[in-house]
Each structure stands twice: as structure tokens, then as C-alpha cells.
Design a protein around this ligand. Structure first.
Ligand code: FE2
Length: 130
């Protein structure tokens, strides 16, 4: 499954879009490694990288929200924290082989696609006038 950037992820904020491209690239890497049956250790390392990058990217978005007095800041930031907790749990389950790499990939991609096209879209629409 080739995972590529799609125009529906393009929100019109240069830095957020740039960070989203990297985030999606990392998820695509994970998907390619799953398809190539790469060792569990490599998948776990990539998932850790996704988690660290997600943490950075979410803080980056949240700083923009605070600067622009975004009214849905608390709710949006909560979704970010939930995702990081979920990725941590998936990482644990992956290393214990309680979840398949394909399930982890599907979870990551669905989250990215949904969050970007709903919550982040609302955010970018608001901060355009900031
Ligand atoms: Fe977000």
C-alpha cells in the first residue's frame, strides 16, 4: 500500500502542512516496513520516532493555538495527548506481539487522515486571521 501526500491534507498553513508531510512520511515508512516484513525491532524503532515526532508536532500546533487564543485549544490538545498515549500502548503491544504491525499501521493512518482533515482543518481556518 503506497501512502502518499494527498491534496485533502493540504490545509494552507505553511509550517503545519510541512510538519504534516513529515508525519505522513514517517507513517508511510512504517507501512512500507510492515509490507517488507522488516524485523519487529525496526518497526518498534520507527513507531518510537513517530511518537517523538508527534510530540514535537503537537506542541508546535498547540503553541500556535495559544498565541492565537484558539477557543478549542483544550479539546484539541486533549486529542493530541490521547494519541500519544495510544501510540505508547500500541508500541508496548507490538513488542509483546499482542497486536499485528498491520493493525498499528491502520490505526496510525486512520488517525492522521481523520485528525488532519477535521480538527487541524478547523484550527487552520481559525488561525488564518490571527
Ligand atoms: Fe492537531
Amino acid at each position: 500500500m503506497a501512502l502518499t501526500w494527498d491534496s485533502r491534507y493540504e490545509l494552507g498553513h505553511e509550517r503545519i502542512d510541512a510538519e504534516h508531510r513529515i508525519f505522513l512520511d514517517l507513517i508511510a515508512d512504517f507501512g512500507n516496513f510492515v509490507n517488507n516484513n522488516e524485523p519487529l525491532d525496526k518497526l518498534a524503532r520507527t513507531l518510537k520516532e513517530i511518537c517523538k515526532y508527534g510530540d514535537f508536532h503537537f506542541l508546535s500546533e498547540e503553541n500556535v493555538m495559544v498565541d492565537c487564543h484558539y477557543p478549542d485549544y483544550e479539546q484539541h490538545a486533549k486529542l493530541h495527548r490521547q494519541l500519544l498515549a495510544q501510540v505508547g500502548s500500541k508500541l508496548y503491544k507490538l513488542t509483546k506481539q499482542q497486536i499485528t504491525p498491520g493493525e498499528v499501521f491502520e490505526f496510525l493512518f486512520k488517525w492522521f487522515a481523520l485528525h488532519t482533515t477535521t480538527e487541524d482543518k478547523k484550527l487552520v481556518a481559525y488561525i488564518q486571521g490571527c
